[in-house]
Write a protein that binds this ligand. Structure first.
Ligand SMILES: Cc1cc2nc3c(=O)[nH]c(=O)nc-3n(C[C@H](O)[C@H](O)[C@H](O)COP(=O)(O)O)c2cc1C
Length: 277
């Protein structure tokens, strides 16, 4: 395969998928001696245009795991905007130390369905957006070393493979249902309708939360108003320098407590290849 450009794309509200994608893409680009072009899909307008790729591009695409799959509000956008043309690719998901379940299989299937050949795939532990006790500080320096090794193997395969191999096989089923979040009592925790609140004694109305919201859900003129769909990504909470944004939905908080109680033990990253690494 002759690659002229490495492209990196990510949806990454709290930055883990972006960091993983960039580490991998930079390493592949350096190893192949070609330029890197990167773009984020966080903003709604970035998900309205098409991203078309040539056989001489290599795509690294990364997305977080939400409820064991790709974020359900983002999946239709990915399917609609990605256009491969026998384009080799690496699929990357980040997960918050519970499990990546079916998300990586779903991302690999999107790539295959949209004209890419996914030659490698990675599930990377990233600090959980809900609680820094889960995968706190990850991907850390050791994870980054693993990501670079994964990228080097991927780049070397690109240099030696004459054409795209059959797509990488990863565990999981793209058609599986979403993971049902549980509360501390083990019963399903229903917080689909929860939205972020604002502590007005701290908020200075800077509008940072509205600017980072990937759904454009927050009214920039009145940030206490969240008329749009909230995907619970926590970008608004983490972007607030005055720590004014928070979730107080009891079912959500019970789910977070359940995660902390059961999923604090560090998990490992997982790597998959369509070739002999
Ligand atoms: C709504 C939501 C659902 C999540 N579901 C899962 C999950 O099922 N399994 C898991 O291990 N982590 C889960 N996470 C944690 C994210 O996958 C993790 O924080 C990820 O690294 C975030 O990526 P980002 O920093 O690029 O936004 C979830 C996070 C959010 C916000």
């Amino acid at each position: 395969m002759e690659i002229k450009t490495v492209r990196a794309l990510w949806f990454s509200p709290t930055g883990n998928a972006e960091r993983a994608a960039m580490e991998i893409a930079r390493t592949i680009a350096e190893r192949l001696g070609v330029p890197l072009r990167a773009s984020g899909l966080n903003r709604p307008e970035a998900r309205k245009r098409e991203y078309a790729f040539a056989p001489s591009d290599f795509l690294v695409i990364a997305c977080p795991v939400y409820a064991g799959k790709l974020p359900n509000k983002i999946l239709p956008d990915l399917k609609a905007i990605l256009r491969g043309n026998q384009t080799p690719a690496a699929a990357v998901v980040t997960f918050g130390n519970r499990a990546f379940d079916d998300a990586l299989a779903e991302l690999a299937a999107v790539l295959t369905g949209n004209g890419f050949c996914a030659i490698s795939a990675a599930a990377v532990v990233g600090e959980h957006a809900f609680a820094d006790k889960l995968g706190g500080g990850r991907p850390d320096a050791a994870d980054m070393r693993e990501l670079r090794a994964f990228a080097e193997k991927t780049a070397d395969a690109v240099l030696t493979l004459p054409e795209c191999p059959p797509p990488v096989r990863v565990p999981g089923d793209p058609a599986a249902p979403y993971y049902v979040p549980k509360g501390l009592d083990g019963a399903p925790a229903k917080f689909l309708k929860a939205k972020p609140k604002v502590d007005l004694s701290r908020c200075d109305g800077c509008g940072a939360c509205a600017r980072v919201c990937p759904m454009g859900a927050i009214d920039p003129q009145d940030v206490a108003s969240v008329p749009g769909v909230c995907i619970k990504c926590q970008a608004c909470v983490k972007s607030c320098a005055r720590r004014a944004r928070f979730f107080d939905d009891p079912a959500f908080l019970s789910h977070v407590a359940m995660l902390k109680e059961n999923y604090a033990e560090p998990k490992e990253n997982a790597f998959f290849y369509a070739f002999e690494p």
